[in-house]
Design a protein around this ligand. Structure first.
Ligand code: NAD
Length: 352
């Protein structure tokens, strides 16, 4: 599989989205968030989506350059209408608005509806952490992307409804929890199929409701399971609460309706830490917590305990150094899309 330098993949992605009609700045935002997903090791949410996103633009589901409109606003809240722009663009604008409101009023919540896939959810609370704040972000699909069965059921009725939270960590990358509320993100099942691998145990069941590890069963009428294995009521419960925040409060609509014309609705809460305790004290207590967790006795055969977000930070360090691997099938599809757009000269040379 070819490997590429992150800035090269970023330039390519920016060229693609500029070529399909996004203003340069918005194309750069999309490219930044997509390649950051690859850097973090979440290849399921990175450049693998270029062909699919371009297809959604061609079919009119995504409207390049559509303005994000504020439909309701108070000093601490807002509901935005993304008018079907790319999710990365609308969600970034929503997060910037939430950060500026929280800076002024200590806490803010912003919901956005009518937008497409927002990619790696962790990208958005990470923006708040970079601004020295904490954030909680949820995303649902408003009746599209039904892949996950409710606990004890065998019918795909919910999307993978992710939740992400981030807080600044004085010792390094932010503390970042970024997870689907299904056992695995749907993109990871696709990745297993493209790589010819089995899925993990407890990720999926087949169309008859029986456990399987063959990703092909998922695409043959199967479905994903909620997070938690035989305790799946917890992942399922989180997914339902995400429906309330991103579906109802953000005005996206819930999974109770059927829709195929969008990918995500999102809800974001941003917290100004200084409204709760002096920043210096927050940093000291965060450092103490992280050290305490790292000090845990490792289980047999394990190297040690990580804190949330460390997986991504380690991947980023390695991939900035060694490049980003893109599996052959994914690269072939990206090349086809880029050539169809008539911008083949934007294709980078692989490092290896
Ligand atoms: P995952 O299981 O790979 O990681 C979940 C979390 O666990 C991360 O915060 C990670 O830092 C942490 N983690 C990983 N290994 C760890 C370890 N050994 N110790 C401690 N913490 C560890 O994530 P996932 O649920 O498969 O989701 C993958 C991606 O898919 C995420 O970026 C998510 O935002 C994205 N996603 C997006 C959508 C969407 O609709 N846009 C839907 C679902 C998921």
């Amino acid at each position: 599989m070819p490997t590429f330098a992150a800035p090269d993949l970023q330039r390519l992605t920016e060229e693609v989205f500029h070529a399909v009609g996004f203003p340069r700045q918005e194309a750069a935002t999309i490219a930044d968030i997509m390649v950051q997903a690859n850097l973090a090791g979440h290849d399921s949410h990175g450049v693998i989506h270029i062909p699919g996103y371009v297809e959604r633009i061609r079919s009119g589901h995504v409207r390049p350059g559509a303005a994000v409109e504020t439909v309701h606003e108070t000093s601490t809240t807002a509901v935005l209408d993304g008018h079907f722009t790319m999710g990365h663009v609308a969600a970034s604008k929503a997060m910037q608005l939430a950060i500026s409101k929280a800076r002024e009023h200590a806490i803010a919540a912003v919901g956005v509806h009518n937008l497409n896939h927002i990619g790696r959810i962790g990208a958005y609370p990470a923006m708040a952490a970079e601004a020295g704040m904490g954030a909680i972000v949820t995303a649902s699909a408003g009746g599209a992307g039904k892949l996950v069965t409710p606990f004890l059921g065998m019918q795909p009725r919910l999307a993978t409804n992710p939740i992400a939270m981030a807080f600044p960590n004085p010792a390094g990358a932010p503390l970042l929890l970024d997870m689907a509320t299904s056992a695995a993100a749907a993109g990871k099942i696709r990745l297993m199929l493209n790589r010819g691998h089995e899925t993990g145990t407890g990720w999926i069941i087949n169309k008859d409701g029986l456990p399987t590890r063959d990703p092909a069963d998922f695409y043959a009428g199967g479905m994903a399971l909620p997070l938690g294995g035989d305790q799946g009521h917890k992942g399922y419960g989180l997914a339902v609460m995400v429906e309330v925040l991103s579906g109802i409060l953000a005005r996206t609509g819930t999974a109770a309706k059927d829709r195929q014309d969008l990918n995500n609705g999102t809800f974001m809460i941003v917290i100004d830490i200084a409204a709760f305790l002096p920043l210096e004290q927050f940093h000291a207590e965060m450092a103490e917590l992280v050290d305490y967790l790292h000090d845990t006795l490792p289980a047999p055969g394990q190297e040690g305990v990580l804190v949330p977000g460390e997986y991504e930070a380690r991947n980023e360090a390695a991939r900035r150094r060694d490049g980003i691997p893109v599996e052959d099938e994914t690269w072939r599809q990206i090349c086809d899309t880029v050539e169809e757009l008539g911008i083949a000269s934007a294709l980078p040379t692989a490092l290896a």
